[in-house]
Design a protein around this ligand. Sequence first.
Ligand code: URA
Length: 201
Amino acid sequence: MAEISWDLFEQQVEACRLCGLCGHIQHKVPGQGDRKAPLMLIGEGPGQVEDEQGLAFVGPAGQLLTRMLEAIQLPRERVYICNIVKCRPPNNRVPTPEEAEACKIHLRMQTWLVRPKVIVLLGSTAAKAVLDPEIRITRERGRWQERKGTWIMPTYHPSALLRDPAKKVQAWEDMKSLRGKLIELGLYPDLYAPAQDLNLE
Ligand code: URA
């Protein structure tokens, strides 16, 4: 068997024809960021801008995501960002469970390569594909669970926040919880100096 590597991952995604989505796209969108990041963010699937550029989360939702990360002092280039499906569904429809399942081979390889300590699932599609097909994001968002040594939290998708800004209050709670988890686990020590959070004054 070929050794698992980033080269193999990229070739596998490029050659993939496991579902019909690739028939309608301009570019595959494998994901990008720090390949050694302790934090991985997983969204749903590429939108129009992502399909044009071959990069995840570079459209309006991506810009909001960048600002959310900045709000917890986390530069976006310090995390790894990808999606459940690597090809844009036509008209940005939600990927079917079959499409999500077919694409999991790529996500599994990617997760194996990055080995994140923390995963944030952005929106219902990611939460359903990774945690539980029956999950309700409104109920489960912000709840942490540990799976094989990795801490996972679902939260709202940034597109949902753009559609319904009232959800931003809860999303901000989740971002603070994420920051707390990263500090608790001693991740990004250069960004989150311990003294900063002890409130010693
Ligand atoms: N929405 C997603 O889920 N992923 C992207 O890359 C862009 C928008």
